[in-house]
Design a protein around this ligand. Structure first.
Ligand code: PLP
Length: 433
């Protein structure tokens, strides 16, 4: 499979190049040149497949034979090694719990897969690689843990100082080894800008091999399609039809993966793109104008994005036709009060504890679901990652999974940078391989 740049359909790259470089040479995002429709025997087998098997059968079209099939089978088994259960919240709405991985957020799926693909490619690349990733909270921990102790790969996690939760911060600042956390005096948008500047800095790239683990990397966002298939299989077993999937969105990598699954034949009636107060995409869906803005801090901080980098991929999937996009995707922006209220009522009425991101999904569905439809929202993070918010609202402690406790006991180690690019470069050059 070849991958083209969203800036120029004729600029193509092979898989290895696309994964190692993250961005195309003209700074566009990579897209697969074709999206296969899955054969009937896949759908017959789906109800009895594990997540690893779903991963192999759906992703092999994009990653094989560049990665040998036998090897790829092992890779998908290792990467997708935790459950993604569909849990009933009320009669019409279920949560697809994506937080049973090592860092308790859905980003473990993409990060574990990406780390393993990159490790395969660096082995024959013959050069050490530096992964630079900006995080609004959960990417950093998922990527850092996915890459921890992978030979030949050095990871830099850049995050906005004071703007991630304590739990999130502990999950990527306590690891040491090949992981360096850098706190920047700025917002997440500043961090994204710094990372983009680094990727365009030819002088820096002459000194070190630099790559991205953000969802601009196709090997990060594509694997996320596996749990859409899993959600569908579980929903059908539970007797649901007319399935609507709601995706709490920030950079829109997650929704993009769902739309690709849909193109491969997944029978989802429609998607709901739910954002927090950063309503860039819902506004675009309403008036056709895409207007990036500085991000606003909200309790669902992993979605505080003012210029979603994957949105261009969604436009590309629909050949930039707004009418086609709005036919399948409905947008909604959910305010902070609605997040708090949803956490409270869902706990009191349904005895289900939501995190702030999942609460956005749940709230969006209760506003937009029609009669006869079955709603699934992606529960993207475990509520124990946000105790400050959740415990105050439900009035009791959220139980911490053991793997979270282990992080909380670690010692924080960080490098610091201002929001000026030259400062970041100094830190990178000091630590790079
Ligand atoms: C990253 C993240 C999101 C947003 O996902 P995108 O792919 O960036 O749209 C939502 N919820 C949580 C908990 C996240 O970590």
């Amino acid at each position: 499979m070849q991958y083209y740049s969203t800036n120029n359909k004729d600029l193509k790259s092979d898989l290895k190049n696309a994964v190692i470089n993250g961005l195309a040479a003209d700074k566009g995002l990579f897209m697969p040149e074709s999206i296969p429709v899955l054969a009937p025997d896949f759908w017959e087998a789906l109800p009895n497949m594990s997540l690893g098997e779903i991963g192999f059968e759906t992703l092999k079209h994009f990653f094989c034979p560049e990665i040998e099939e036998e090897d790829f089978k092992q890779l998908t088994t290792e990467a997708f090694n935790f459950p993604t259960p569909l849990v009933k919240v009320d009669e019409q709405v279920s949560a697809l719990e994506l937080f049973h991985g090592p860092t308790l957020a859905f980003k473990d799926i993409g990060a574990r897969f990406l780390a393993r693909v990159m490790a395969r490619f660096t082995k024959d690349y013959g050069q050490d690689i530096n992964v630079l990733v900006a995080t609004s909270g959960d990417t950093g921990s998922a990527v850092a843990n996915g890459f921890l102790n992978v030979d030949g790969v050095n990871v830099f996690v850049l995050y906005p100082k004071g703007l991630v939760s304590d739990v999130q911060e502990k999950q990527f600042t306590t690891l040491g080894n090949n992981i360096t956390a850098i706190e920047a005096d700025g917002t997440f948008d500043d961090c994204q800008r710094l990372v983009k500047t680094a990727f365009m800095d030819d002088e820096l790239k002459e000194k070190i091999t630099l790559t991205s683990a953000n969802s601009i990397n196709l090997a990060r966002f594509l694997p996320q399609m596996v749990y859409y298939f899993s959600a569908y299989a579980q929903a059908v077993k539970q007797g649901k039809n007319e399935i609507v999937i709601c995706v709490p969105s920030g950079n829109f990598g997650n929704l993009t993966a769902g739309l690709i699954a849909h193109k491969m034949g997944l029978p989802i009636k429609r998607f709901v793109a739910a954002t927090n107060l950063n309503a860039i995409v819902p506004e675009y869906l309403r008036n056709g104008i895409y207007e990036p803005k500085p991000s606003i801090a909200t309790p669902a901080n992993a979605m505080d994005v003012g210029d979603p980098s994957n949105f261009v991929r969604i436009q590309e999937l629909f050949t930039h036709r707004l009418d086609a996009i709005t036919k399948l995707i409905e947008g909604i922006s959910v305010g902070n009060e609605a997040i708090f209220k949803t956490i409270k009522t869902t706990y009191e009425t349904n005895n289900y504890v939501l995190d702030p991101h999942g609460a956005i999904g749940r709230h969006a569905l209760s506003s937009l679901l029609q009669e006869g439809e079955s709603g699934i929202f992606l529960a993207t993070a475990h509520p124990a990652k946000f105790p400050e918010t959740v415990e105050k609202i439900i009035g009791k402690k959220v139980e911490q999974p053991a793997r979270l406790k282990a992080f909380l006991n670690g010692v924080k180690q960080v490098e610091s940078s201002s929001k000026h690019y030259e400062d970041l470069v100094k830190v990178l050059l000091k630590q790079a391989l």
